[in-house]
Design a binder for this molecule. Structure first.
Ligand code: FAD
Length: 412
């Protein structure tokens, strides 16, 4: 059997970097090789639609660790290299150039590729997604020649991009197929608040609309909606989710379907193969044990720790509390828990004050919080989520009662 490295990490993103860091922190002395499709050392992805896209943070400040860190810790990178197949029995992977790499443990940390629209015109120049540094750089380079932007998708990335573009004085139309933005992940009070904020900043938010096609010869000139209306566009940004990058693993026999399935130790169904981050589907206690795939830096880091512990022979169960953040204009949104299947929302504070929280309950128990410019609620409410607390709803809604007081009053 080939033995080129002890741990082979495929994917040099958040999860892959966190795994390499955790292995060395855990005193792992074996060889670590990270193979990544992008040409850059691991960098933070969230600023791509926020500070980096807005020109407020240079790329060097996005690096998860400087090059010297990796050199000192003897973590080897093979960048600009895509793994195309896995042979789990032989413990090898093959890259697109045909190179075969043997491993003892394989950690699959490949994230996902942005989902693309399938309508006519989707291949035109000027139609972009936001996943990589290259995506952001391409759009930033085009910015001086751009006046009209159409953003397809009212999820976090579409909303964040719209906020940056409107700050630059671009005329932005944001298209959402459903009847409110963030419909899959947030309650109606938050959706309506964000729609109003974007409109107040000049973004033309259109809800319940379908795209017919993207217009242009070589480069995009517009977007035609299903009702025939044509929107002028020099740039289109598509933010409609990702497709997990798991084909080679699934082809090798790993159980898949919306990512690759992992157990509580982040093990796939293949021997000595782990999967972590955006590409890993797992049973999550905050979803009542349902299988979910979380797309967040927190999840990438936590699953990296769990896989590392298993590799070190000190297994721990994955039981992390999900959290996430988003910045749009001067709005700092922080969420904790998973609102999947909630049956009640409570608004805490005055939405008009632009500092409030939406609290999600299921069968009387707190399952998640979305906190808008309300850091105290986020910090203090976390325990309510962790404990699945039953609390008096009137007290929950009363912003003068600190959430930490409710933690002690909670009925289990
Ligand atoms: P990634 O970071 O995507 O890394 C995967 C890497 O694997 C990529 O470099 C990819 O090129 C590489 N790869 C894929 N296939 C192969 C292959 N076959 N061979 C070799 N390499 C391969 N999360 C938050 O918590 N808060 C935020 O505010 C937030 N904002 C975001 C904004 C944007 C624009 C984006 C794109 C994401 C944002 N996220 C945010 C999500 C967060 O960035 C992801 O959850 C996180 O990057 C997941 O880490 P990962 O390692 O699983 O995947």
């Amino acid at each position: 059997m080939r033995n080129d490295t002890d741990v082979l990490i495929v994917g040099a993103g958040h999860a892959g970097a966190a795994c390499a860091i955790a292995l060395r922190q855990g005193k792992f002395e074996g060889r670590i090789l990270v193979v990544g499709a992008e040409p850059d050392l691991p960098y933070e992805r969230p600023p791509l639609s926020k500070e980096y896209f807005g020109g407020d943070k240079p790329f060097e400040r996005l690096l998860i660790r400087p090059e010297a860190f990796w050199v000192e810790r003897n973590v080897t990178f093979k960048l600009g290299t895509t793994v195309t197949s896995v042979d789990a029995a032989a413990h090898t992977v093959t890259t697109e150039s045909g190179e075969v790499i043997g491993y003892r443990h394989l950690v699959w940390a490949t994230g996902g590729a942005p989902r693309r629209v399938s309508c006519d015109g989707h291949h035109l120049a000027g139609v972009n997604t936001v996943r990589t540094r290259a995506d952001a750089d391409r759009m930033m380079a085009e910015m001086p020649n751009v006046s009209n932007v159409v953003v397809i998708g009212g999820g976090y990335i579409g909303l964040e991009a719209a906020a940056v573009l409107s700050k630059f004085g671009k005329k932005v139309v944001l298209l959402e197929a459903l009847d409110r933005v963030l419909a899959r992940v947030a309650g109606e009070p938050l959706s309506r608040f964000l729609e109003a904020e974007h409109r107040a900043h000049g973004v033309d938010v259109r809800l319940g609309v379908a795209v017919d096609c993207i217009l242009g010869e070589d480069r995009v000139t517009g977007v035609r909606l299903a009702d025939g209306e044509v929107l002028q566009a020099d740039l289109v940004i598509v933010g409609i989710g990702i497709v997990p990058a798991v084909e080679p693993l699934v082809a090798a026999g790993a159980e898949g379907g919306n990512g690759v399935a992992v157990d509580a130790h982040c093990r796939t169904t293949l021997p000595d193969v782990f999967a972590i981050g955006d590409c890993a589907r797992h049973a999550n206690r905050y979803a009542e044990g349902a299988q979910v795939r979380l797309e967040s830096v927190q999840n990438a880091n936590d699953q990296a720790s769990v896989a590392t512990k298993a590799i070190l022979g000190q297994p721990i169960d994955h039981d992390a509390t999900p959290w996430f953040w988003s910045n749009q204009y001067d709005i700092k949104l922080q969420t904790v828990g998973l609102s999947i299947g909630y049956d009640q929302t409570v608004v805490r504070g005055d939405i008009a004050s632009r500092s409030f929280s939406v609290i999600y309950l299921k069968a009387g128990r707190v399952v998640a919080l979305d906190c808008v410019n309300a850091v105290k609620d986020y910090v203090q409410g976390r325990k309510l989520v962790v404990e699945g607390a039953r609390v008096d709803v009137a007290r929950l809604a009363d912003a003068t009662t600190p959430l930490k007081d409710l933690v002690t009053e909670a009925v289990s």
